[in-house]
Ligand binder design. Structure first.
Ligand SMILES: Cc1cc2nc3c(=O)[nH]c(=O)nc-3n(C[C@H](O)[C@H](O)[C@H](O)COP(=O)(O)OP(=O)(O)OC[C@H]3O[C@@H](n4cnc5c(N)ncnc54)[C@H](O)[C@@H]3O)c2cc1C
Length: 429
């Protein structure tokens, strides 16, 4: 049992399934578990659901998985009939995602940081959370870790890796922000879903990339900012800006997170001034808001029964125990020592059930950016569309394992596949 229990922490309630973290993965997991009739609690330390998709101001939702998954459902829900590919409205997403969860029967516990776990032998049996009244515990038959940082698995003693295999260096961190007041007639070519910036006297959309690199070298942009990415939201004249950038930060260390916050906030007005001064159509743009939390691309990856690799992605390896089919996004690795990023394309690939099963801890599943893989592979499956589907698979597995009276590790993966297929998810093609 956890050390904290010696302080007489009360167990407030018991559930079938507790999902830790209400980001894209946690939402997929909680909705799927509740729809299969399991009492499901979704816990988050923030006061709003969505994780990076809302609190982190991350957009657009990128990547894809095979047809019929929760990825389709969530993206249709938040994108609605918006004609712009992948764009969505972050404020409406907060409302729609909360409705999706409550209408599916998920109980929400927001503003509730998870600070420890309860264990019985090798099994996780609950979590300890903090509130304005102090600490209390919540128990569950199965716990799903969708915290992004793999915090629950870490607290439960599961093995993990951080950052690059060779030196544990993590990808750079970013504070996202939004601009409005963009003259779309000038800034957007008809049919474009993003701002392919055309500088005056240049026909080449990519020319802007070099312009940013030059501005960085000349000191007009901060040293680690050599790429200014502008993506439409579904609101007229509005865009997400993915540009602030800082290297060598450990996204698990509050001291480093706080230092990064101070540096990145200062980068925002410099980048806004640069955009206003140089990008056609953005002359009257203004800052709408910036994310309330640091954007951390990778921290812990929880080591599972299988570790998904770069080679698996590049060869589109098939797995008998596939639970997410045709996941696709580039291996998107930001420069570890400066600005910019490298995008390596891969074919659509499969994710096996074993990646959701942390080693050494029973009754625990993991989904989202912290699931089991190498640093390179994570650079692809961390993308939000894929997180929604790994979450769905974890939620289904939790529910089915309870029905079958076995731990998730002992569960026959074919039963998970059957339930996913029954819900409309394509797994084989
Ligand atoms: C700057 C940046 C830009 C990105 N750009 C894109 C993009 O354009 N498109 C795209 O699709 N993806 C993008 N990504 C990737 C994507 O946003 C994340 O990888 C994805 O959101 C991960 O989903 P998740 O559900 O695993 O975790 P998260 O979205 O991080 O959600 C985890 C949730 O767990 C909660 N949590 C964590 N610890 C605790 C705790 N101890 N107690 C309680 N709750 C806890 C958090 O509050 C959070 O709500 C970007 C990421 C970053 C950082």
């Amino acid at each position: 049992m956890s050390v904290l229990l010696s302080k007489n922490i009360n167990v407030e309630q018991e559930y079938d399934v507790i999902v830790c973290g209400a980001g894209p993965a946690g939402i997929g997991a909680a909705v799927s578990s509740a729809r299969l009739g399991k009492s499901t609690l979704l816990i988050d330390r923030y006061g709003v659901v969505g994780g990076m998709l809302t609190s982190g101001l991350v957009g657009p939702v990128m990547g894809r998985t095979a047809k019929g998954t929760m990825t389709d459902e969530i993206n249709t829900l938040i994108g609605g009939d918006v004609p712009i590919k992948m764009a969505f409205d972050q404020e409406m997403a907060k409302i729609k995602l909360t409705e999706l969860l409550t209408e599916s029967g998920v109980e929400l516990r927001l503003q509730t940081p998870i600070v420890d776990v309860l264990k019985d032998g090798d099994s996780i049996v609950g979590v300890v959370v903090s509130s304005a009244y102090g600490l209390y515990a919540l128990k569950a038959k199965v716990v799903i870790d969708c915290t992004g940082d793999g915090t629950v698995s870490y607290l439960a003693g599961a093995p993990y890796r951080v950052g690059r295999e060779e030196d544990e260096l993590q990808q750079p961190v970013t504070i996202m922000f939004r601009l409005n007041g963009v003259d779309e007639n000038v800034a957007i070519k008809e049919g474009d879903w993003t701002f392919k910036v055309r500088m005056p006297n240049s026909k080449d959309a990519n020319w802007f990339l070099q312009f940013c690199v030059d501005a960085c070298a000349e000191g007009e942009l901060p040293k680690s900012v050599s790429l200014v990415r502008l993506y439409r939201t579904s609101r007229p004249g509005e865009c997400h800006v993915n540009a602030t950038h800082l290297n060598y930060i450990n996204g698990l260390d509050p001291k480093e997170i706080s230092a990064a916050e101070a540096i990145l906030r200062k980068q925002i007005p410099v980048i806004v001034d640069f955009i206003k001064a140089h990008v056609p159509g953005f002359e009257n743009t203004y800052l709408v808001n910036s994310s309330t939390t640091l954007g951390v691309r990778d921290t812990r990856r929880i080591m599972g029964e299988y570790i998904l690799t770069r080679e698996d992605l590049e060869s589109a390896r098939k797995f008998e125990d596939v639970v997410v089919h045709d996941a696709w996004f580039f291996m998107d690795i930001h420069n570890m020592a400066g600005g910019g990023q490298t995008l390596t394309n891969v074919p659509p690939y499969d994710i096996p059930y074993r990646c959701l099963l942390p080693l050494e801890v029973e009754n625990l599943l993991v989904a989202g950016r912290c699931l089991s893989g190498t640093h390179d592979a994570q650079a692809s499956y961390r993308i939000m569309s894929i997180c929604m589907s790994t979450g769905q698979a974890a939620g289904v597995a939790a529910a089915v394992s309870i029905d079958e009276h076995v731990t998730p590790r002992k569960l026959d993966y074919k039963l998970v596949q059957q339930k996913l297929t029954e819900s409309g998810a394509e797994l084989f093609s």
